[in-house]
Design a protein around this ligand. Structure first.
Ligand code: V47
Length: 367
């Protein structure tokens, strides 16, 4: 190990990282509890470089939230509304088509659609939505519906998850986003999202998606009531599924935003920069079978997202355009970033900007 770290409390872990050995649960907990951010970052950067060289990726994408009406109304979420709430909305297919049309003429790689659990919307609405978006943007990947939504469609339509996924795939669905995973611990789920599917079910939906050839993402919501142990157990569950299927593309850390949520009464403060960076770096170290660790600048801010490139992150998401979930919960970031801004951030970090598609094929590099 680099002699600089010989006396660090993390020296043993650093040695394993240098040799490319898998880290244990205990290693993960020690990392998550350590404040030696530079040693953690040094190790995460080593792994990042091994996997992705000097490239830092970004994507030209657009998020759309078709409805905020939600049966679950999880405490952690400020986006979901009851049907009679004055702020409740459901977009028509024509309104979604209009958003897709706005992207015509740009080289947009990914259309990201997620929404609440709205009992009025049937599977046909989603199939029609996918077909019409695909018609307008035939070369754009549609990444849509969290595992929570897929499970809801299966239950309300009395179909298996596989049947739902196959029907949506036929209509144009290419990939699933990583949302809704939160923290898999049942203790935490009981407090922050009591009605949401279990962690096991979330993993089962992703496993099914992988089996039918869909690549998906994984997330972890941190910065509420979870412990270091619960964070590491969550990452290990993701790592175990990845060992089995290899279907995950990227991991994204989601920083909890408490404003307007049912957890506001706990007086939680927003996540700190130190913790945001640590979660991404420790994820890079624990998720040795994930190729990509993605920073979502909407949640941690563009400046920290840029700094995270030196702490294990190889991908910054994205142009986004419109974001409602984090902004309902008090995010003070913008909602959109230009390609030039992303390129500039990456270049200033000394890395090669690489515009990617969903599967991380490079469309253009350097700039
Ligand atoms: O599913 C909800 C979480 C997710 C809050 O897969 C909250 O490429 C913070 O999943 N504070 C949506 N987080 C975001 C998401 C995502 C983002 C970017 C890329 C990808 C991808 C996925 O945010 C939700 C939920 O897990 N969330 N409420 C909140 N108050």
């Amino acid at each position: 190990m680099n002699s600089l770290f010989a006396n660090s409390e993390l020296a043993g872990i650093a040695e394993k990282v240098e040799k490319g050995e898998r880290l244990s649960r205990e290693d993960g907990i020690r990392l998550m509890k350590s404040n030696d951010l530079l040693t953690i970052g040094y190790m995460a950067d080593l792994v990042r470089k091994r996997k992705n060289g000097d490239y830092a990726y970004f994507i030209v994408n657009r998020h759309v939230n078709h409805t905020n009406i939600c049966e679950n109304l999880c405490k952690l979420c400020a986006f979901g509304k009851k049907p009679d709430d004055p702020d409740a909305y459901t977009l028509t297919i024509e309104e979604i088509e209009e958003k897709a049309r706005e992207c015509q003429g740009q080289r947009i790689s990914e259309f990201h659609i997620v929404g609440g659990l709205n009992p009025k919307l049937r599977l046909e609405y989603f199939e029609e939505m996918l077909r019409r978006v695909k018609k307008i943007l035939p070369n754009t990947v549609i990444k849509a519906f969290t595992a929570v939504e897929i499970d809801y469609f299966a239950r309300t339509e009395n179909l298996s998850v596989e049947d739902v996924l196959r029907r949506l795939q036929k209509a144009g669905l290419d990939s699933l986003p990583g949302g809704g995973a939160e923290i898999f611990s049942p203790r935490v789920r009981k407090h922050i999202c009591e009605k949401k599917i279990s962690g096991e079910r979330w993993l089962e939906v992703h496993e099914t998606a992988h089996r039918i050839g869909m690549r998906t993402n994984a997330t972890m919501l941190y910065g509420h009531i979870e412990t270091a142990e619960e964070r590491i157990d969550h990452l290990i569950k993701l790592r175990e599924l990845q060992d089995k299927t290899g279907g995950f593309l990227a991991f994204i850390g989601l920083a909890f935003h408490p404003k307007n949520t049912g957890l506001e009464e706990l007086n939680l403060s927003r996540t700190t920069g130190y913790d945001d960076i640590k979660v991404l770096a420790v994820a890079r170290l624990m998720l040795d079978n994930f190729d990509h660790i993605k920073a979502y600048w909407i949640m941690i801010g563009p400046k920290l997202a840029q700094v995270s490139l030196a702490f294990g992150v190889d991908d910054i998401d994205g142009t986004v355009v419109e974001e409602k979930i984090t902004h309902s919960a008090g995010a003070d970031t913008g909602q959109s970033m230009t390609k030039a801004e992303l390129v500039n951030m990456i270049k200033a970090a000394g890395r090669i900007p690489a515009e990617r598609d969903t599967l991380y094929t490079i469309l253009e590099e350097g700039f």
